[in-house]
Design a protein around this ligand. Structure first.
Ligand SMILES: [Cu+2]
Length: 122
């Protein structure tokens, strides 16, 4: 009887350890997915330029700012849309052309950091 109880206790312990192990793996997978989450359009900013002169997007698609070097932000003129590093936002603007500019004073070339966001008909 005593042996059976010890056997049962060891089994329980194994189940708990296995559950914890797989739980941790699950968490790691989740955090990796979050940090490398994919946006439809990625703007890459460095000092002092954006990686493309124009970015095309469709209404309802998502957009993200990645920093290559320096600290920059993105403001889309005449809209409330602002992007900060690695935060994915959905673009719900009407079709048309919008000016993009850096909205964080980032040094000598700050005022040259402009580009276009072109929202295409979905
Ligand atoms: Cu700037």
């Amino acid at each position: 009887m005593k042996k059976w109880i010890i056997f049962a206790a060891v089994c329980c312990l194994c189940v708990v350890v296995a559950a914890c192990g797989s739980g941790n793996k699950g968490n790691n997978a989740d955090s990796n997915a979050a940090s490398s989450a994919v946006a439809d359009v990625v703007i890459k900013a460095s000092s002092w330029e954006f990686d493309q002169p124009e970015y095309h997007i469709k209404k309802g698609q998502s957009i993200k700012l990645e920093l290559i070097d320096g600290v920059h932000g993105v403001e889309i003129e005449k809209t409330n849309l602002k992007l900060t590093q690695n935060k994915i936002k959905t673009v719900n603007l009407d079709a048309g052309e919008y000016e993009i500019k850096c909205n964080i004073p980032c040094g000598g070339g700050h005022s040259k950091m402009t580009a276009k966001l072109i929202v295409d008909e979905a």
